[in-house]
Ligand binder design. Sequence first.
Ligand code: PEP
Ligand code: CO
Length: 446
Amino acid sequence: MSNWTKDSWKKFDIKHIPEYKDQDELDQALERLNTFPPLVFAGECKNLKSELAKAVEGKAFLVQGGDCAESFKEFNANNIRDTFRVLLQMSAVITSKMKVPVIKLGRIAGQFAKPRSSDTETVDGMTLNSYYGDSINGIEFTEKDRNPNPARLLHAYSQSASTLNLLRSFAQGGFANLRKVNSWNMGFVKASKEGKKYEEIANKITEYLDFMDAVGVDTQKVVDLNTVDFYTSHEGLHLPYEQALTRKDSLSNDVYCTSAHFIWIGDRTRFVNSAHVEYCRGISNPIGIKCGPSLDPDELIKIIDIINPSNEAGKISLIFRYGEENIVSYLPKLVDAINKHKKSVLWISDPMHGNTVKSSSGLKTRDFSSLLNETSKAIEILRSKGCHLGGMHLEMTGQNVTECTGGIYKLSDDDLNSRYHTHCDPRLNANQALELSFNIAEEMTK
Ligand code: PEP
Ligand code: CO
């Protein structure tokens, strides 16, 4: 890995990393982070990479989901449990229809830093920094809150550690036991139409388990039925933070970003000569690259050559986010370039970020049908070119929010105000996320 160091990114073109007023204060916070334990273990990142390599072959499917931005305020056990639970439900639906395992990757336990289209925001004549995510500044429109505060990085680390701790307990401690498949269906989801459809699948799974027990397989002793592997991811945007958590694996001598199993490079920071691309060049984690309309396919090939020169399968996931209208003009060219250069990539649909619109009340929203349409078109395009959709990247929550319109409950613009809680982009609620999983799994098996 020639000339790469944890901080070689500093010599490249840096975008979307905030400036701090007090450099000493920032350095002190980073020094402390440097001494903190890693949040994930290298072996887990390797496992995820090999799972993703299976998805490249069509032998697994990725579900990556969680908040657009996690917040300090909405940090509590119920929110974590509900996101985890709906991801389990989505996985059960997809596996039962597609007959492949689902790789469960949360957009969680570290998704705190946001790139913004404008550095500043003006309200009633007052101009302040934009909100850059809770690890950087506060969302309240006051000078105090909007100033980047290094102490927030330590807070974000601590919240990530606690979140991950609970997720690990859920994944390994019995909550994710397939025998509980019926009990994941709770509250407002259970009463919904998706909840009823889910119940049919859950009942079938329970019947299979009963059958296996009856023929002498003790299903309680089969590890794969009692636990799940759950992985974490976030946009690796705040490079000073990521650098402080970059560690050498003592077993392999490979370098890993240990703030999450998987990090992705956002659509605004993926370009040749980008600091973010340089940072990702040196770490062994699987990496996502967001692909939006401004990405030139030739540039993407160059970026892939930088990050994955050996063309290792499972290393690169392309998370495309063109929008329902644009997907047909952009995705085919990207697929052609990847096929021409024989790059091994996992194709992931993010139908959220190209379909954001302003509602009549001025709130940002996304309509369920545009999400479904974008992904359905992507499935077709990929198929027509001998490839396949390998997963979904969703902004979603287990809560019953009203942030995206549409779905079988036909949420309208007028409904948005009732439970609009997001700190950044609008999320699917649990019912909408489940509904989308049914739809996508059906499209995939057509
Ligand atoms: C995001 O995932 O929240 C995001 C900012 O996406 P993108 O980089 O694709 O715009
Ligand atoms: Co977002």
